[in-house]
Every structure is written in C-alpha cells, then in structure tokens.
Write a protein that binds this ligand. Structure first.
Ligand code: FAD
Length: 318
C-alpha cells in the first residue's frame, strides 16, 4: 500500500514509521533484520531505506602508484527493500537519488521496484560527494529532486524512454519528497526553499518528510509557511533521539540544524554517553507527544543504523 493510503486509512491516529540504513558492504543483512525486529511491535505502516552514493578512494596499485576507485559502502537499497518487505510483511520506501544516476538508470530502478511490488519512493537529489564539494548531476541525470519527481510522475502517466517497455504502463508510484524546517543548507533563504518545495509538490510529490529537528517550533513554523504557500500534501516530521555527546556537534555539522540550548546544556553536562542517551530519549518523547497533540499524521524516526533508542521512544508513546 502507498504511504498516502496508509496516512488516510489511519483516520487521525498517529502512525510510527522508521528509516533504516542498508548494511555496510560485507555485513550480513541479519544485523539489519535484528535492528528492525524490535520496531515491528509499533506496527509501522512503512520502513524507509536510505540510498548511499559511491565515494572516491585511493588504493595502492601493485606498481606502488595510487589509483582512484569508486566504492559504495552501503549498496543494495532496492534488494534490501524487497528483503525487508518479504521478511516482515511491511511496505518499504526506497530512497531514490539524482546523484550518480542517468535518467535511464533511474527508469530501470523504477521498473525493478514496480516488479517487486514497491509502490512508494522518496525522491531526493542527494548530497554532493565529498571530493566534489558541489553537487554535480550525471551528464544525462537530474540536477534537482523536482526533475526526478517529474520523471517518476511521467512514468506513472505512461511516458517511457524505450517504446518497448510497455509492461511498465501500470506504474503508479506514490512520491515522497524532503522538506527542511530549518532550510536546506544551499538555499539563500527559507522563502526560496519553500518555493522550491512547492515546485516539487506541483511536479508530483504526494507527501513531505522533514529533515530531523530538535525544536518543534521550527516544525510548526515550517508547516505554517508551507500551508501559506499553498502546499496541501501531508507533512511528516522526521525525528531522531540524540544518542551520544559527540552528536551535539556532529548533527549540526552533517544536517545543518540547531540544537536548542536547554538540550545542548543538558547533554553537555551529562557525565557519560549513557546519561546523554537518556536525555536524548526523553527529549524526543516530549517532542513526539507535542507533535501528536498537534495532529501530525505520522512520526518518522531516523534510526541511523541503531534502533534501541528509537524503540524506547516509540515504546513510551505507543
Ligand atoms: P532539492 O529539492 O533538489 O534541493 C536541493 C537544493 O536546491 C535546495 O537548496 C533547494 O532549495 C534548491 N532547489 C531545489 N529545486 C531547485 C530549482 N528548480 N532551481 C534552483 N534551486 C533549486 N541523501 C542521500 O544521499 N540518500 C538518502 O537516502 C537521503 N535521505 C534523505 C531523507 C530525508 C527525509 C531528507 C530530509 C534528506 C535525505 N537525504 C538523503 C539528503 C538529501 O539528499 C540532501 O539534503 C540534498 O542536499 C538535497 O536533497 P533534496 O531532495 O532536498 O534536493
């Protein structure tokens, strides 16, 4: 079932969904399954699986010279979605990115997903790879998520790159897109960011999932600005319990977000990571309760490879 169908079938009850990462190359999928298992008691209507681009590394050749290689540290998003769906009988949402994909490769991935019975995708641009500094699309790829959304939408309407791919005529993907309560880091201002978000919805996005935030006021403001701009699709807040003291600096660095002073003070003064984790869990429970009371359709939790803290948050609310 599509994400939007799950949301409308919930009849006002807040749903709990989760985002997981594909296992690292060489690891066994059983580790991922054992991370998901404890989350299933919260009856998630869907589980998102992130997509990770290749990175460039230098390896020493036998001749002693360094050679540039590409590696994908967490490959297999499509296959992992299918495996989770089969193992837990839950809908899965693969993240699909522009970076590293030509339009034809994107279409092939969509056809695979369609064959696998996966009917929702979260369409994203992807971050620039470290060595690039600035995002560079493939020569025949998309520069922005709105164009990827346009491609999925067009495929839904029966447009193909290859006339012979008639069997895909039945695609009817539900399309999710990303929103940023604290603005995307490349946007000149939040007004421009919301205008581009509206454009993504106009191109075919059916719902929005937000970047994580630790201050609900950021979400409430963002939601009001979206509604004022004419964005009517469901907006799902993304949340993550802080789990270590080092995340006080790592999360703002990676995700361009603010940590409220009250939380940062408490985590800073925590004697160790166990105490910091407890503070992070309680903060996230309070955030979740307030968002539920506000009437959000779903709470989407980022597990970032470890589900224990997320499980504790959901257990306090379910
Ligand atoms: P876009 O919507 O394309 O926006 C990128 C920037 O360009 C923004 O500053 C925007 O304001 C601007 N912009 C948008 N459209 C236009 C336009 N038409 N003209 C000019 N400027 C424009 N990354 C991954 O690599 N893998 C993942 O699995 C992944 N999952 C994510 C899940 C969520 C819920 C979120 C919030 C982010 C995720 N990301 C993931 C990160 C995401 O790829 C980055 O934040 C990326 O930098 C932007 O992606 P986007 O889809 O928001 O891009």
């Amino acid at each position: 079932m599509k994400v939007t169908e799950h949301l409308s079938n919930a009849h006002g009850k807040t749903l709990f969904s989760f985002e997981v990462l594909p296992p690292k190359k060489g690891e066994n999928i059983k580790t991922l399954f054992s991370n998901i298992e404890p989350l299933m008691e919260f009856k998630p209507p869907f589980i998102d699986v992130t997509y990770h681009r290749e990175e460039y590394v230098y390896r020493k050749h036998t001749n002693g010279l360094l050679e540039k290689h590409t590696v994908r540290r967490r490959p297999g998003t499509v296959g992992i979605c299918a495996a989770i769906k089969n193992r837990f009988d839950v809908d899965t949402v693969p993240h699909l990115i522009c970076g590293g994909f030509t339009k034809e490769e994107t279409e092939n991935a969509l056809i695979d997903l369609h064959f696998l019975g996966i009917d929702t995708v979260l369409a994203l641009r992807g971050d620039p790879i470290k060595s690039e500094g600035q995002f560079k699309p493939e020569p025949d790829g998309h520069a922005y998520a709105c164009d990827l959304i346009g491609q999925v939408s067009d495929l839904n309407k029966g447009a193909y790159l290859d006339e012979e791919q008639d069997e895909t005529s039945a695609t009817n993907f539900c399309i999710g897109t990303a929103g940023y309560p604290e603005k995307h880091f490349e946007s000149p201002n939040s007004g421009a960011d919301i205008r581009y978000l509206k454009h993504k919805v106009d191109r075919g996005a059916d719902y929005i999932v937000t970047q994580m935030f630790f201050d609900n006021e950021q979400f409430f403001n963002f939601e009001s600005r979206c509604r004022a701009a004419g964005i009517t699709v469901p907006i799902i807040p993304g949340l993550k319990p802080m789990t270590t003291k080092s995340q006080l600096t790592a999360l703002p660095r990676s995700f361009y977000l603010n940590i409220p002073e009250e939380l940062s003070e408490a985590v800073h003064l925590a004697p160790d990571n166990a105490a910091a984790r407890q503070i992070g869990i309680e903060w996230c429970i309070n955030q979740s309760r307030e968002l539920m009371a506000h009437g959000v359709p779903c709470l989407h939790y980022y597990s970032m490879g470890k589900s224990e803290s997320v499980r504790k948050v959901a257990a306090a609310l379910f």
